[in-house]
Design a protein around this ligand. Structure first.
Ligand SMILES: C[S@@+](CC[C@H](N)C(=O)[O-])C[C@H]1O[C@@H](n2cnc3c(N)ncnc32)[C@H](O)[C@@H]1O
Length: 414
């Protein structure tokens, strides 16, 4: 299964490679979870061919892989794929979690009856007009209290100049005047975020969908109360950029034609991306299933080097033309570059695996959980000094909730 397969090139590479090995015969089906109907079509054309026939079922749209003749199923939502305890699911998510929506909150001092939204995040003095907020309760004793306020996207006042080479953003982010539905519970739902509330102006970014996807992967691999699995099996590999053990802040960015642009410019044309909170992903997985363990995150460079990228590149270079060999070397070095903004450093890999190698033997104690969070971070108490080094603690996720609740997709067909 791949979630968020984009143009389908990773799955194409996987299937082209896997067909050389006997294990290809053991694959029942490939599932592609893709929200965009346009991209589902692009993926189907690449993996099956533009003329390949398509049929429909309750799960999604089916066609046949041109490399392996394995059935491929497209679905916009992961929950329509049945959780079968007899199956051994292998799940890959490459640059998927960074595309999921976040909620951002700031801890602000509120005096009784004070209007807290004097400033927008980007410095202007507008307040968002939103119908989703309600006035905060006063604390009665006249003293200021610290409350979470959600950062909301609001239109830039006036007429934005959009018909120019570098269009001005039409939207901006501003602090909600009053508590919102999400600010009332999300930032207080977990000690990693809750402990930051007393730090003036602390910001947290929270991605509930990332937790739900991680919990879904874990339930498929290790079983859950609702979907018990006697022997955990399979694996999930998550590759993305994000923080190892700190809570992401101010990470929303826009990318258009390989350039960083305002996330609020040209809505619909700009790719949006945020840092993935890998600790939250790991927590959600181990909370969702007793049958899994989580490894990582580790830097992409470490992951790829341990997977023998150097040996593979050298092998390819031996039989390549000098020009091609130079390209291979350049690409390989770019992937493992550990410079401050190198791909080898900012991209991370995290794996969700059957607990104890899938032997069925369970470690129930949290103390023995193999989540690779640095022991230093575990023992830190939350102070101003280690503000951005939020410690690892269990996250109360709701198990088996649907990942999204979009209802039937009228656009499911190609
Ligand atoms: C940044 S792209 C990554 C594409 C590809 N994996 C790659 O690495 O090039 C994110 C992908 O996730 C899909 N996507 C975003 N949110 C989704 C969701 N909630 N459910 C399914 N697919 C989603 C997008 O349509 C897109 O295909």
């Amino acid at each position: 299964m791949e979630v968020g397969p984009g143009r389908g090139t990773l799955m194409d590479d996987i299937l082209r490679t896997i067909k050389k090995y006997p294990m290809a015969d053991a694959i029942d089906a490939i599932y592609m979870v893709e929200a965009s109907s346009h991209l589902r079509k692009v993926q189907k054309n690449l993996l099956c061919g533009a003329d390949a026939q398509v049929s429909e079922s309750k799960v999604g749209c089916h066609s046949i892989c041109k490399h392996t003749e394995i059935p491929i199923v497209w679905t916009p939502t992961i929950e329509s794929i049945p959780k079968d305890p007899k199956k051994m699911p292998f799940i890959v998510a490459h640059e998927f979690f960074d595309a999921l929506p976040i909620h951002a909150f700031q801890a602000v001092e509120v005096r009784p009856n004070q209007d807290t939204a004097k400033q927008t995040v980007n410095g202007s003095s507008e307040t968002p007009s939103t119908g989703t907020t309600t006035p905060p309760p006063t604390n009665g004793n006249g003293k200021p209290s610290i409350q979470w306020r959600e950062m909301l996207v609001s239109p830039v006042p006036g007429q934005p100049k959009i018909d120019q080479p570098t269009p001005e953003p039409e939207f901006q982010m501003s602090l909600a005047k009053y508590p919102t539905r999400h600010s009332r519970y999300l930032p207080d739902s977990h000690p990693r975020f809750r402990n930051l509330k007393n730090i003036p102006n602390a910001i947290v970014e929270i991605c509930p969908d990332a937790s739900l996807f991680a919990a879904d992967f874990a339930a498929r691999i290790g079983g859950s109360a609702k979907h018990p699995k006697s022997v955990p099996s399979g694996a999930a590999l998550i590759l993305d950029y994000g923080t190892t053990d700190t809570v992401p802040i101010n990470s929303l960015r826009g990318i258009r034609q390989h350039r960083h642009v305002s996330p609020f410019s040209e809505p619909g044309l700009v790719d949006l991306s945020v840092d993935v909170d890998f600790t939250a992903v790991a927590d959600s997985a181990i909370q969702a299933s007793k049958g899994v363990e989580v490894h990582g995150p580790v830097d992409q460079s470490e992951f790829l080097i341990r997977m023998a990228i150097r040996e593979r590149a050298e092998q390819l270079m031996r039989t390549a033309s000098p020009e091609r060999a130079r390209d291979i070397e350049k690409s390989y070095k770019r992937l493992v570059d550990r410079g401050p903004s190198g791909m080898g450093k900012i991209y991370k890999a995290l794996a969700i695996l059957p607990e104890n190698g899938g032997t069925g033997h369970r470690l129930d104690s949290e103390e023995t959980s193999p989540v690779s969070v640095p022991s230093k971070a575990r023992s830190q108490s939350m102070t101003k000094e280690n503000y951005w080094s939020a410690s690892h603690q269990a996250m109360p996720v709701q198990l088996e909730e649907p990942i999204t609740n979009k209802g039937p997709d009228p656009d499911l067909d190609f």
